[in-house]
Ligand binder design. Sequence first.
Ligand code: LLP
Length: 433
Amino acid sequence: MICENLSVNEKGHLCIGGRDTVELAEKYGTPLYVFDEDRIRARCRTYQAALHEAFGDKACALYAGKAASFRAMYRIMKDEGMGVDVVSSGEIYTALSAGFPLEKAYFHSNNKTDADIAYAMENGIGYFVVDNREELDAIEAIASEKGIRQKILLRLTPGIDPHTYAAVATGKVDSKFGSAIETGQAEEMTVYAQSLSALDLVGFHCHVGSQVFDSDVFLRAAAIMLNFAAKMKEKYGFVLRELDLGGGYGVRYLDSDPEIDIAENIRTVGAAVVAQCKALGLELPAVRMEPGRSIVADAALTLYTVGTVKRIPGYKNYVSVDGGMTDNPRYALYGSSYTVLLANRANDTGKTFRATVAGRCCESGDLLQENVELPNDTHRGDLLAVLTTGAYNYSMASNYNRIPRPPIVMLRDGEDRLAVRRESFADICRNDL
Ligand code: LLP
């Protein structure tokens, strides 16, 4: 199986975290997101332990909540001693209402409104990761008004192409995110930020992209950031206290995808950063990483009930399920690969047919996956599982066609509990006047 928390039991049912998915589907209905909390916690520990080993106790992993943001996640992050990366007032509200200590939150986004800035400050946000010069002015103005000295990092673009898909490559000079080192804007921002009295410039941030497997990308990014910090020290006496290397480690969606050894990777980056700091005469900064996908993606799967099976001779075969782009828009948006199987017949070794797995929306592009091999007799009522759906599925879900979002069930120590209720039709109309 693609992830070690998956197995097949004696009934031939797919299990996650040791629990039978057919039983979970019977109990909670479909579509259903199932998250294995033990796996999420294990991943947090892998990051924290590796970061501490590589960079010392000041280092900390920040969970990128954009991957999956709901209260239970922030409770887990608090418990595991993680920081968080938030990108909107809505994520801040969710974290706060789950009791997450906001001083460990880093506020991203390329366009924070004045209302966002004020809201974050009023609630004691730890850091703003500042994207651009207008934002420096806005944060300075609001912090001065409130009599706050606000800690900030500057988001810089190191000018690296991580060779992932275009929608998630963010470290290049041509990006809506950050200020480029190459164009001199990063330097201008550093000088300007230091001149602003309500801001405390603590360090720099970069994020090169998402679903990145090439560890060389992180090494190159770290090297460019440290060289820049050394230059800022030499020219302006700037002291780098924090260095945030962003998120982006890839996960396996298919058996053919490579597996990343996160701990080993961090060790390699750590050795390079420590050596380079020494060579440049920099004190080792407190290092942050911001994993999202690699914390949650393979901790979850989505269960659907098969409805229509349509064979169009000479063309394609469509297997339609009771969810689709509303709970997982990633195939429609990026053509993302997923592993798909029948959860109630996970051991079926009979004849297969090639199918397109379609959603229930009134839209041709509403597909979950194409060219999937499923048992030839796949029929209405079968339970279909899409694996590795923990990241950027629930968080990107919508109510298109007024379809309610599925619930989230969390599994911990073999016990299941509801973390997010299924939306009702009333929920969907809640704001309609
Ligand atoms: N830090 C920053 C500043 C980011 O922009 C991101 C992701 C992360 C951390 C977390 O990256 P991760 O470890 O999850 O790769 N919706 C797309 C992914 C967008 C990623 C946006 N930024 C998808 O479904 O593939």
